[in-house]
Design a protein around this ligand. Structure first.
Ligand code: GLN
Length: 252
């Protein structure tokens, strides 16, 4: 008897899900059902994206969420290696790449960028007692730690600069190699730098910055429709002050 009830229930469940699928396929799906906007990021970059327990949070996540809300879409966030983000966007695995990503001419060959949502700088971190590195030129002949595939990596890897580059998959690992004396300096984005310096002792950020950069959202080349939609949302978020509010929530 029990068995029979279970199998009847099972049959009912299968039927319901079939019906649900059917209605979706015939295009009469509940209009409340939101389309998903998939964001690829690298959750190792506070305050833009980092883990808080099981959640991925931060400025970029909040901005992407606000854009998704404006577009009537549901945001899904996936954390992958930083240098896999552009390939993920290009292959369609992700709709957008939001990762404190700097707009560069090289990247522009591979993806479309939305309007910029904030600016940043690359800075240098050294040991607190370091006196021989004070400006970018002083990195010549030195060992410098960077996160693989980032603009920091790009700048110090310029052969003419004569820098010995050590690459790490996470910015935090580059900073730890500095505290351990394995590298002489780290070149990284300014806000994550502040977070990493807070979490370690005996290191400091130099006053002089390396570059100025624009962060923007990466979209698959040719998907101009999505880029334009996001730009329209970004414009609203800028004009309403919502964008600044999100940034101020994380950067005091
Ligand atoms: N802004 C840097 C870049 O685009 C670093 C980004 C990151 O590490 N998430 O390369």
């Amino acid at each position: 008897m029990k068995k029979k009830i279970v199998s009847m229930l099972l049959a009912a469940t299968v039927m319901t899900s079939l019906v649900a699928c059917g209605s979706k396929e015939s295009g009469t799906a509940d209009s409340n059902e939101k389309k998903v906007l998939t964001m690829a990021t690298n959750a190792e970059f506070p305050p833009y994206e980092y883990r808080d327990g099981n959640d991925i949070v931060g400025i970029d996540v909040d901005i992407a969420k606000a854009i998704a809300d404006d577009l009537g879409m549901e945001l899904k966030v996936n954390s992958i290696e930083f240098d896999s983000i552009i390939p993920a966007v290009n292959s369609g695995k992700a709709d957008i790449g939001v990762a404190g990503m700097t707009v560069t001419p090289d990247r522009k060959e591979n993806v479309e960028f939305t309007d910029s949502y904030t600016t940043s700088t690359q800075i240098m971190i050294v040991k607190e007692d370091n006196t021989d590195i004070t400006k970018p030129e002083d990195l010549k002949g030195k060992k410098v730690g960077v996160q693989t595939g980032t603009t920091g990596d790009l700048y110090v890897s310029d052969k003419e600069k004569g820098i010995e580059v050590s690459r790490f998959s996470k910015g935090m690992e580059a900073v730890q190699s500095l505290t351990q004396g394995k590298v002489d300096a780290v070149v990284i984005d300014s806000e994550p730098a502040k977070e990493f310096v807070k979490q370690n002792t005996g290191i400091k950020i130099l006053d002089e910055s390396y570059t100025n950069e624009d962060y923007a959202i990466a979209v698959k080349k040719g998907n101009t429709e999505l880029t334009e939609k996001i730009n329209a949302s970004l414009k609203k978020l800028k004009e309403s002050g919502e964008l600044q509010k999100i940034i101020d929530k994380y950067i005091k």
